[in-house]
Write a new protein. Structure first.
Length: 614
C-alpha cells in the first residue's frame, strides 16, 4: 500500500483524529454496544442468513457505506457515526505510538459505528506484517524473506499467533497480512515481503502464519492477488522501476501463483486484497476474469475482496465514477479509499442509479462483507470484550523469545573459510559498520512508520536488542572481548563487519543497481568495508538487508559471510548464532545472483536452498 507521502503531510495538518498527530476526538458513549449489535442483526441462523436478514433493513446508502474503508486521518468519529463506513484503517504513517493510544482509537471508531442509526460494527484494519509493527515497542519479527529462510511452520504459526495477541491488546482484529508474493526479481522493492521464490514454500508458511492469526481471533488477509512478485522490471506504475508493474503470466504460471491463495482459503481466510499490479496488461483492480471468474468462481472464495490504497484511482476510466464502477463490477467488494469516502458514496450511488453498477453486484458485495463480520463475531462482541487474551500490552518476553528463535533459524551462513565462526573463547572482536548497533536498520520498513527508520541521536525506532548489544551480553559467558573504538581495532583478532541496506518500503525499494554500497546501501557501509580491508584481519561480514544484494566485488576479501536479512527487534538471536549458543539452520529462500545480468538465470553466487552449518 500506498500513497503515504501525501498522507503523511495531510495527517499532520488535520490533527482531528487520534493517531494523526493528536487526540482531539471525543469517543462516543460505548454503553450497550453489544446489545445494539443484536438489535441491528434481528436474525438468527448462519452468518450468511443473518447478513441477508440485515440487508433487508438497509438503504442503498447504508449498503454502499459498508463497501467503503476510510483512513483515521480523514474519517472522524462523527463521520463514522453518521455514515457507518464498513471499515477504518490506519496507514503506515499513522503517528500513533503506544498500545493504549491505539486501543482508544480503535474503540472510538467501533463505538461510533455502533451509535449510528443502523448499528453495524466496523472492521478496523492495519498492516501487521511482521508483528504488530505499527505500535511502539511491539515485538518486531523478521520480515518474510527471513521467515522463508528459517522455513519453520511451527514457529511461523507462533509468529502469527503472537502478532494476533498483540493486536487484540489494542482491539484491532483485522490484519493486512500475510503477503503471498512469489518473488522473481530482487530489484523489486517488496522482495523482503516474500517468503520465497518457491510457491510451495510461500503456501506452506503463509498458511501457517494465517492459521496462527485465525486461531487467536484475528482475521488475516491474503495479498496481493495476484502476480505482485512476478512483475516485469521496467513496467512499474508511473516512475516506479518495477513495483505495481505488469506480470506476464501463462496459465501454468498463474496456477503456481494461486497455490498460496488456495492454501489460505483452505485455512478459512475470508479477505483477499487485490494487487496494485497488472496481469498481462490488465490492472488487477479491473480484472473481472481473475477476481470474479477465478477467485470467486473456480476457487469458490466466499469472503470479500478489498482494494489496495487508492488503487482504484489508477485503473482506466474517464472519471472516478467510471473507475469505481469498473472496480466494483470486476469484483472489488470493499474500497480502500482513505481520503474520500463521502465522495465515493455519492459517485457509487449515482452509478447504481444510472445502471452502471447492477444492484445485484452491490448486494453481493455487502452480503460478503456482512457475512465475514458475523463470522468474526463482531455483531455479538463488537468491542472484543469476550475475546480470550494472553496479554494486555505489547512487547512481552514470551513473544520476544519466539522472535529471537526465528532470528536464529533465519540466518544463513554462506561462507566460513577457516571456520572463524563460531567465535572462539578469548577472541578479540572489532565490531564496525552501520548495521551493528541500530534497531531501525534491523527492522527495516513497515516498522512504526511505513518506510521504517534509522535510530538517530540516541533515539531508537522501537524497543529491542541490537547485534552489538547481544554480543556484549554474551561476552563474559563466552570469553569474548568486544572492541568498538577504531583506535583499538589493531588489537583485534577478527573484524565483525555489519553492513546492509537502508529501511524502505514498496517502490522506494525498487533499485537498478542492487549494490551493497549503492543508493540504498547504508551510509557508512563503504567506509566500514574499506576499514576492514585496511586492518587486514580475518573478517566476518553480516549483511542486514531485505534481499540478496550484490557482493561479488567484496566477498573474496571476507572470510565468513552471514545473510541476516531483516531480523527485527531481537538482535540477540544473531549474537547467539555467532557465538555458537545456537547453530546455523537457515537456507537461502531465493537465489543469490552474481550480477544484475544474472537475474532470472542460473548464474548464481549461491543457489536457493544453500546454507552452511557448524
Amino acid at each position: 500500500m500506498k500513497k503515504y507521502l501525501s498522507l503523511l503531510f495531510s495527517c499532520i495538518l488535520i490533527l482531528s483524529a487520534a493517531g494523526c498527530g493528536g487526540s482531539a476526538q471525543e469517543a462516543p458513549a460505548g454503553s450497550a454496544v453489544s446489545s445494539a449489535a443484536h438489535r441491528a442483526a434481528g436474525a438468527h441462523g448462519s452468518a450468511a442468513e443473518q447478513a441477508a436478514a440485515l440487508m433487508g433493513k438497509m438503504s442503498l446508502q447504508q449498503k454502499i457505506c459498508q463497501m467503503l474503508q476510510g483512513a483515521g486521518c480523514y474519517v472522524t468519529y462523527g463521520s463514522e457515526r453518521e455514515y457507518c463506513f464498513g471499515s477504518i484503517l490506519n496507514g503506515g504513517n499513522s503517528y500513533m505510538r503506544d498500545a493504549a493510544t491505539w486501543k482508544s482509537f480503535a474503540d472510538g471508531y467501533q463505538q461510533a459505528a455502533m451509535s449510528s442509526p443502523l448499528p453495524i460494527p466496523c472492521m478496523y484494519g492495519l498492516d501487521a506484517v511482521h508483528g504488530h509493527n505499527n505500535v511502539q515497542d511491539a515485538v518486531i519479527f523478521p520480515h518474510n524473506i527471513g521467515i522463508g529462510a528459517a522455513n519453520d511452520e511451527a514457529l511461523t504459526y507462533k509468529m502469527g499467533a503472537a502478532a494476533a495477541e498483540e493486536m487484540k491488546a489494542t482491539d484491532v482484529f483485522w490484519s493486512f497480512s500475510p503477503c503471498l508474493a512469489v518473488d522473481s526479481d530482487p530489484r523489486w522493492g517488496r522482495t523482503y515481503e516474500s517468503y520465497s521464490s518457491d510457491p510451495d514454500t510461500v503456501a506452506k508458511l503463509g498458511a501457517a502464519f494465517a492459521k496462527g492469526m485465525l486461531d487467536h481471533g484475528v482475521m488475516p488477509t491474503a495479498k496481493h492477488f495476484i502476480g505482485d512478485g512476478s512483475v516485469v522490471y521496467g513496467t512499474g506504475e508511473g516512475n516506479n522501476l518495477i513495483d505495481r508493474g505488469d506480470a506476464k503470466l501463462s496459465d501454468a504460471s498463474l496456477e503456481k501463483l494461486l497455490k498460496p491463495y488456495r492454501a489460505l482459503l483452505n485455512e478459512g481466510v475470508k479477505v483477499v486484497m487485490a494487487s496494485h499490479s497488472s496481469v498481462n496488461g490488465v490492472k488487477m483492480h479491473a480484472n473481472k476474469h481473475l477476481l470474479t471468474d477465478v477467485l470467486k468462481g473456480e476457487m469458490k472464495f466466499d469472503g470479500f475482496v478489498v482494494s489496495d490504497w487508492e488503487s482504484v484511482e489508477n485503473i482506466p476510466g474517464a472519471s472516478l465514477e467510471d473507475k469505481l464502477a469498473s472496480a466494483i463490477n470486476a469484483g472489488i467488494d470493499m474500497l480502500m479509499q482513505p481520503e474520500n469516502c463521502p465522495e465515493c458514496l455519492q459517485l457509487i450511488t449515482d452509478a447504481v442509479k444510472k445502471g452502471a453498477i447492477p444492484q445485484a453486484r452491490i448486494d453481493d458485495a455487502v452480503k460478503r462483507i456482512l457475512t465475514v463480520k458475523y463470522g468474526m463475531g463482531l455483531f455479538d462482541d463488537p468491542m472484543g470484550k469476550n475475546k480470550k487474551r494472553e496479554v494486555t500490552d505489547v512487547g512481552s518476553q514470551k513473544y520476544r523469545d519466539i522472535a529471537r528463535q526465528l532470528v536464529e533459524e533465519s540466518l544463513v551462513l554462506v561462507k566460513n573459510d577457516g571456520k572463524i565462526l563460531p567465535f572462539k573463547k578469548g577472541t578479540n572482536i572489532f565490531v564496525t559498520g552501520p548495521a551493528a548497533d541500530n534497531i531501525g536498520v534491523q527492522c527495516g520498513g513497515w516498522t512504526v512508520q511505513w518506510a521504517g527508520g534509522i535510530d538517530q541521536n540516541g533515539q531508537r525506532v522501537t524497543k529491542g536488542t541490537t547485534i552489538l548489544e547481544g554480543l556484549k551480553a554474551l561476552s563474559k559467558e563466552y570469553g569474548l572481548n568486544i572492541i568498538t573504538d577504531e583506535k583499538d581495532a589493531p588489537k583485534a583478532d577478527v573484524t565483525l563487519l555489519c553492513v546492509g541496506e537502508k529501511p524502505y518500503s514498496e517502490w522506494e525499494g525498487d533499485t537498478k543497481d542492487m549494490s551493497l554500497t549503492g543508493a540504498l546501501g547504508l551510509d557508512g557501509s563503504a567506509g566500514s568495508i574499506a576499514l576492514a580491508e585496511k586492518l587486514g584481519k580475518p573478517t566476518v561480514t553480516l549483511i542486514v538487508a531485505g534481499r540478496e544484494v550484490l557482493i561479488n566485488g567484496y566477498i573474496n576479501n571476507w572470510d565468513s559471510v552471514v545473510m541476516c536479512y531483516l531480523p527485527g527487534s531481537e538482535g540477540q538471536g544473531v549474537a547467539n548464532v555467532l557465538t555458537g549458543k545456537a547453530g546455523f539452520k537457515g537456507k537461502l529462500s531465493m537465489p543469490w545472483y552474481r550480477t544484475l545480468n544474472s537475474i532470472g538465470t542460473d548464474d548464481t553466487l549461491f543457489e536457493k536452498g544453500f546454507g552452511l552449518s557448524y
